[in-house]
Design a protein. Sequence first.
Length: 332
Amino acid sequence: MIKRFMSRRLLSALTAAVLMLCSAPSALAKELIVGGQAVGIQVETDGVLVAGLTQVETSEGTKRPAEEAGLCEGDVICAVNGEKVSGAAELIEKISALDGESAELTVRRDGSTMRMEVTPARSTEGQRMLGMWLRDGISGIGTVTFTDPGSGIYGALGHNISDGDSGAAIPVDTGAITDAEIVGVDPASSGTPGELNGCSDSGRVLGSIDTNTVHGIFGRAFEPLGSRIVDTGTITTGRAAILCTLQGRSCQEYSVEINRIYKDSSGEHVMLTVTDPELLEKAGGIVQGMSGSPIIQNGMLVGAVTHVFVNDPKRGYGVSIQDMLRSAGVAA
């Protein structure tokens, strides 16, 4: 649950997202530097993401060029007539230069590459448009979970960075985590997710973002992201704690209860309840920007917070540290 800020425009303008327990030691024990600090997250996409489809109003009526050509939300446009496109502005420029002629788009969908022919429609304002919402970047605030002291690989968020409209995972071309300071919290309430209010410093890059996976974002840290070294362990039901930053740059530990552990096709997950009076008073529970907050149990790092129940912000979900390490390519 990365806290992010997003805006959308039609194909005629650049569209970008501006963000945003008791357990015995595990056989998979590994020493990691535990996180808990908030960081800025900046990602540029590999290609241009189709965030949505829309209609074009023309002098001849309503037209839907992209939809009629077979494009879908979540598709990634890589090239126009064989020429690579790296951003929405470049795609818009190439479509405008066609002067109404059909274009062959190279599109990635679900791991496959295909080619689609689409003809721009001329809007009543005289612009050549395909009828798509586009996204070529995203930024926001998230929380670091761990850093491997041997390799320098870090993990954060506990879930992937996805498009807020289509739900599709953002295909990362380049990305970075940066220094950030939390200046306040908008508390959560039933039906209204809260959020961390932070300022990120793009001039102070802390690490790269190399992969965007279902278990989090991973990359190389350029400097130490914390100093506390702990073993990893296996989650069990019962008392635990999470580490997160509600003010400034210093993280703090807050008590939670692990209520349930379950598995699905993506790995092991937990349901948890915030029990700490201070966290409940200041934030109302779990808020946007806290995804990636380490879950500590019996002095060991066992997982990370990922999502919140929107109708009950005192409750949320988490992912196991073993799943995060596997996705990071760090041997546990």
